[in-house]
Design a protein around this ligand. Structure first.
Ligand code: B12
Ligand code: SF4
Ligand code: SF4
Length: 346
């Protein structure tokens, strides 16, 4: 639980937007009637809000990390990030859990005489609320904001989804007098910064989304800038590297929830399968999956770039064929990839 406050970290956000570090994620720029960025204007956008209940759930599953696969695999496969191979889109599964919690809380408070039906508010969000979730997670005591910008819990690590319930109840007014927020335990470690293939972590805790593989593979539409393609390696959707290398994830517990378990074939999937996927199969394989956000065109584009980065010359005939694809973006990336493999020396 965190109180609604103008936390110092929130001042980073407007500068981040002004510098254009959000790239093409226009929804991050949403403003209220006064022209303030909605995500840092909670007190104005929801003037009734007094406290934020922040929930975190572990989505780790018992599969090796991408950094381990990269050393052992035969370069014919790619990487769909740990959060996205799940059976259900986390937005749906977390929101369902939050709504259930809302109901239970309402009933509990009503029973105790703290809630009069028809008054007060409880409103749940996953990603889309008028707030920067990680800042509230920090002040709710869930963890510290690591140098990789992720919330890290000392016992669980960072494989966490966050969800928030805004409430008009003043649960948290004295809350910050407790041992919160959690102390920063990154210390002198800089593993995530060093391991990031595209140097997207430009300073401890600061990320330029335009350089981040997660942004490039999930949010970026159309062409991926030429100079960033090689750094994407064999990532198809999202990126886990800055969390894979984090010492706090070395012993991360595994979640048992069914919805976070991988869909068949999505752990380290075959690149040619994805690059040549047709709309019908896309709909079938990714029904209700977060991967749908990239759309078929984006997924195929990413798979083609990964083939180009694979050093696997077996892909050249497929890439030459895809160079003539009716999807102009796929075709252009396939030409780039074929050329890259052609010029690779054995
Ligand atoms: C846009 C977005 C992205 C963008 C931008 C990421 C980013 N770091 O900003 C992209 C597409 C790249 C992305 C990637 C990922 N995302 Co994302 N993303 C979001 C979203 C919707 C908004 C984040 C945001 O506001 N960014 C703007 C920046 C400025 O804010 P911030 O990084 O949170 O930074 C705050 C603090 O770090 C602090 N701060 C920043 N710099 C500094 C510097 C100093 C010195 C200090 C003291 C503080 C400080 O102030 C900032 C706020 O003003 C949130 C959900 C939400 N509504 O909050 C999910 C969210 C952050 N993402 C999440 C996840 C899981 C991921 C990925 C792991 C997915 C993947 N595997 O590919 C990666 C991780 C990449 C990474 N290292 O961050 C989770 C994070 C869970 C966690 N444990 O932290 C969230 C909370 C979604 C959720 N509901 O669970 N994401
Ligand atoms: S998600 Fe990948 S590309 Fe983005 S900051 Fe982390 S390591 Fe770098
Ligand atoms: S890898 Fe090291 S510096 Fe990066 S978030 Fe983890 S502990 Fe912090």
């Amino acid at each position: 639980m965190a109180p609604v406050r103008d936390f110092g970290e929130l001042q980073v956000f407007p500068a981040w937007i002004a510098d254009g570090k959000h790239g093409e994620m226009k929804y991050m720029e949403a403003r209220d009637d006064a022209g303030e960025l909605k995500r840092t204007a909670l007190a104005r956008v929801a003037p009734w809000a007094r406290s934020v209940i922040v929930c975190a759930i572990n989505y780790n599953t018992a599969y090796p990390y991408s950094t381990q696969y990269a050393q052992t695999e035969d370069a014919a496969t790619g990487w769909i990030s740990r959060y996205a191979w799940s059976r259900e889109d986390y937005h749906d599964s977390i929101l369902r859990r939050l709504k259930q919690l809302e109901e239970e809380l309402r009933a509990l408070l009503e029973g105790a005489g703290y809630w009069v039906p028809g008054t007060g508010h409880l409103r749940s969000y996953v990603d889309t609320g008028p707030l920067v979730e990680r800042v509230y997670a920090k002040y709710a005591g869930i963890g510290w904001i690591g140098k990789n910008t992720c919330i890290i819990n000392q016992k669980i690590g960072s494989w966490l989804f966050l969800g928030v319930i805004l409430t008009s109840l003043d649960f948290a007014s004295n809350h910050l007098t407790a041992d919160l927020p959690a102390p920063d335990r990154c210390g002198t470690c800089t593993r995530c910064i060093t391991a990031c293939p595209t140097q997207a972590i430009t300073a401890p805790g600061e990320l330029d989304a335009r350089l981040c593989i997660s942004y490039l593979t999930i949010e970026k539409r159309g062409e991926i800038p030429n100079e960033l393609r090689a750094g994407m390696g064999r990532h198809i959707f999202g990126c886990d590297i800055c969390q894979d290398v984090c010492p706090w994830n070395r012993k991360a517990p595994v979640a048992s929830a069914h919805e976070f378990q991988p869909r068949e074939r999505l752990v380290n999937p075959a690149l040619d399968w994805l690059a040549e996927m047709q709309p019908e199969e896309f709909r079938e394989v990714f029904r209700g999956s977060p991967v749908r956000r990239a759309k078929l065109s984006g997924l195929r584009r990413n798979a083609v770039v990964a083939m180009g980065n694979s050093s696997n010359k077996k892909f050249i005939p497929t890439l030459k064929k895809l160079s003539e694809d009716s999807d102009a973006v796929v075709a252009e990336h396939a030409r780039w990839a074929a050329q890259r493999l052609d010029s690779d020396h054995d």
